[in-house]
Write a protein that binds this ligand. Structure first.
Ligand code: ZN
Length: 436
């Protein structure tokens, strides 16, 4: 239980507020699937972990896709006839449809309205819209603002550029004693949106710091990538590395106050699916498991049939279902420092479980070995003598070289860490041998 122990030794309040503060620092940046906002974000992550920045030229063929042109933006506004900025990108970067082509012209309200996006069901919120793969431009306004615009002529300006450049992503490999890998992936392409984007980034960054301080069996690969095209680009460039992935998690929407939701991998019963289910069952009774579907975040790419990697998606509120999703209300108020550290702890518990999940073989399988003679009969003064005894008996009984400690925990209904402790003790007493 190495990562969780590390975390328990840290000042909880300080760690929680650091996670929140890092999100707050990243919040104002106008990110996209390419461009300087994305690069600036990766460099800020790089100040905390030794991330390698990769740059892939526009036009590069990646699987069935092509790396798009690079998009950058410096300013955008709508001015009324008196020259007053009535929509200002500098105040909120969600005002501009992400990937808008440059435009500078005057037009009547009727023409401008064709390029305005609103959310009538939440009249005070600004929606987040993108147009990555179709050249277009637009503004996003609150519905109340849009309907209040008087007739007249407006000056419209989007000072953006769309041209040959690069797609950037960040990658960090922390080698373990084995080259089998655990993948942690999060998207870094959303502008000022907190739960959907920043929560995953900050928790993944902190996890990398934690893992870097421990010795571990698995190699850990952290990806900070633009959604969809980033995962496709990485998979296209790393066919060999992808074969070494044994378990993977996409982290998103893990900073709000909701209970956990875990979307299973395409394999549905992979070790990662079972590990997450086990950790959540014993830590968050309200957590829900969701079946795999080929829609969602980058697990879609990792779980495409040609790769079929055991990669699930850990969330609190489920993307697309909470009202603030992809709106200006997914802001720093939606993030809860306690939820961020809770998510970090759940991830640490999942990786601790995977690190310790091994098979043993009972060296005294004929009849039950006499526990009392070996000092293995729990004293009645222990914390939970009955659980300890059950864990020892289950571990002895199922350790036939085929059942893993997770198999034993699932079948006995006992928490994994109690089964793991009992296996270590039985191993020390010479009753178990390692079987893998
Ligand atoms: Zn999103």
């Amino acid at each position: 239980m190495i990562l969780t122990q590390q975390l328990d030794r840290m000042d909880r309040a300080a760690t929680a507020s650091d996670l929140y503060e890092f999100s707050a620092k990243l919040y104002p940046i106008c990110r996209s699937i390419t461009g300087n906002g994305l690069r600036q974000t990766l460099r800020m992550i790089q100040e905390r972990i030794p991330l390698e920045l990769q740059e892939v030229p526009s036009g590069t063929q990646v699987l069935d896709w092509t790396v798009p042109k690079e998009w950058n933006i410096s300013d955008a506004y709508v001015k009324d006839s008196s020259g007053r900025r009535i929509v200002d990108f500098q105040k909120c970067n969600l005002h501009v449809v992400n990937y808008s082509i440059p435009v500078h012209s005057r037009m009547p309200l009727s023409e401008l309205k064709k390029h305005i996006h609103t959310l009538p069901e939440h009249p005070d919120w600004i929606p987040y819209r993108t147009s990555y793969y179709k050249e277009d431009w637009g503004f996003c306004l609150s519905y109340a603002h849009a309907v209040s615009l008087p007739e007249g002529e407006y000056e419209v300006c989007i000072d953006s550029s769309l041209g040959d450049g690069h797609l950037s992503y960040g990658e960090l490999l922390l080698p373990g004693t084995s080259n089998h890998e655990i993948l942690i992936s999060c998207h870094v392409c959303h502008p000022s949106l907190a739960n959907d984007n920043l929560s995953g980034i900050t928790v993944a960054t902190r996890l990398a710091q934690l893992v870097a301080k421990t010795t571990h069996r698995y190699s850990y690969r952290f990806l900070f990538i633009p959604g969809t095209i980033g995962a496709i680009t990485w998979l296209s460039r790393n066919p060999e590395s992808s074969k070494r992935i044994r378990h993977g998690l996409v982290l998103t929407c893990i900073g709000d106050r909701n209970s956990f939701h875990y979307k299973k991998s395409r394999q549905e019963n992979a070790e990662i699916d079972r590990a997450v289910a086990h950790v959540l069952k014993h830590s968050d009774p309200s957590a829900k498991l969701l079946p795999f579907s080929p829609y969602g975040y980058d697990e879609r790419q990792f779980c495409s049939p040609g790769f079929n990697l055991p990669v699930g998606c850990l969330m609190r509120s489920v993307w697309g279902t909470f009202p603030e999703y992809h709106t200006s209300m997914d802001n720093l108020h939606l993030l809860d420092p306690e939820s961020l550290i809770g998510s970090l702890k759940v991830c640490a518990s999942i990786f601790d479980l995977l690190e310790s999940n091994r098979r043993f073989k009972n060296l005294a399988p004929f009849g039950e070995p006499q526990l009392g003679r070996r000092g293995l009969y729990p004293s009645m003064g222990g914390i939970s003598p009955e659980k300890e005894l059950h864990a020892r008996l289950w571990t002895l009984n199922l350790s036939d070289g085929n059942h893993s400690l997770l198999d034993i925990a699932e079948r006995s209904g006992l928490p994994f860490d109690i089964v793991c402790e009992s296996a270590e003790l039985l191993f020390q007493k010479g009753l178990l041998a390692t079987a893998d």
